[in-house]
Design a protein around this ligand. Structure first.
Ligand code: BT5
Length: 326
């Protein structure tokens, strides 16, 4: 734990009352001046910490931010989230995570931002990332060949959908990577990788969740195709709790994945997805086809039955559910 984390731990233990600077200095084996420096740094991060002469410090208010300590306090993972980097604003958390990964950051490192000025969707599309949402990226270093990477997107979809269902949201998956509620997108996933011919060096798994942001703030082009957890539930949710759930679910799925039990993730995906059995339109980079979504196979590819009965295997693309009934 860092000095700041230890100080927070002590302040939390005695929430509501004062902890003396001397006590904190002793616990940390640093000077009182060093304690004061850390307290000021926590204040800059957004914590409201009162100080009183001879009494010490008291935690008065915790900000509504996705601060690393707030997540780590409750997080029951072994690998994911051991290191969390939090920013008020970045261009894209995926880009920051890629930079960290290329400098050797370890597996499980998480990058979180309150807002993104250049949030990225797939295929160069933009991802609108205002305050109140959850924009995070995780560095993974699985031993995989690049053609297995689509499986990671499915795994992320499962984790995001399960974390969101934990808030009471009746959400489901749409192939390959969207989490929807009533046909509207509440979360999207972007996996990027650095790989050689036959070996992945690292994967950056980006998840965007519209949590406590408002639908009215969305640009008009997708105001009707997007939604937020707050809009659907009619109340705000604890974003910290959603992140914790997400990282815990992701670690569970990732364990199955890396121990040769991807079948379990696939089963969960099928249970959460409403694409299977649907009439769909698929847009790939060079064609648009319609048919019935039969299943996904072990590679995460969609098996599409065309009108003439042939079955086509689709590795990537956009999918539109043609007849949604709510
Ligand atoms: C995605 O792309 O769904 C992937 C989104 C991944 C975002 C995360 S946030 C953390 C990490 N850092 C990043 O920079 N990215 C990841 P795609 O399927 O291409 O969907 C993009 C399309 O969804 C856009 O063209 C818009 O039409 C729409 N859109 C944009 N922002 C949205 C939002 N916040 N909610 C719902 N739809 C949105």
């Amino acid at each position: 734990m860092t000095n700041k984390e230890t100080i927070l731990e002590e302040l939390y233990k005695k929430r509501g009352s004062f902890v003396s600077g001397g006590e904190l200095a002793k616990r940390l084996r640093v000077s009182r001046a060093a304690v004061w420096k850390s307290i000021n740094s926590l204040r800059r991060a957004g914590y409201k910490i009162e100080s009183a002469p001879r009494e010490g410090y008291r935690l008065a208010r915790v900000p509504d931010l996705l601060l690393p300590y707030e997540i780590k306090r409750e997080l029951a993972t072994k690998v994911l989230g051991k290191r969390i980097e939090h920013f008020r604003e970045v261009g894209s958390t995926n880009d920051v995570a890629k930079e960290l990964a290329s400098q050797g950051a370890e597996e499980g490192t998480v990058v979180i931002a309150e807002t993104q000025s250049g949030g990225k969707g797939r295929l160069g599309r933009e991802w609108f990332s205002p305050r109140g949402g959850i924009w995070l990226s995780v560095i993974l270093r699985p031993r995989l060949s690049p053609d297995e990477v689509p499986k990671v997107a499915l795994m992320l979809g499962v984790a995001a959908a399960k974390a969101l269902r934990g808030t009471g949201l009746d959400c489901y998956l749409k192939w390959p990577n969207d989490v929807l509620v009533r046909g509207r997108k509440v979360s999207g996933i972007l996996t990027e990788m650095d790989a050689e011919m036959d070996k992945v060096n690292y994967i950056v798994a980006g998840v965007g969740i519209n949590a406590n942001n408002d639908v009215d703030d969305f640009p008009s082009e997708f105001r009707h195709s997007a939604t937020t957890v707050k809009t659907e539930l009619g109340r705000e949710v604890s974003r910290v709790a959603v992140v914790i759930n997400l990282l815990e679910e992701l670690e569970k799925s990732y364990r199955f994945f890396t121990s040769g039990k991807f079948e379990i993730v696939l089963r969960e995906w099928r249970d959460l997805a409403r694409t299977i059995g649907k009439e769909v339109r698929i847009l790939t980079h060079n064609k648009t086809i319609e048919g019935t979504a039969l299943d996904i196979d072990g590679d995460g590819a969609l098996l599409l039955q065309l009108k003439d009965g042939r079955v086509e295997k689709i590795l990537s693309g956009d999918c539109i559910h043609l007849r949604e009934n709510f």
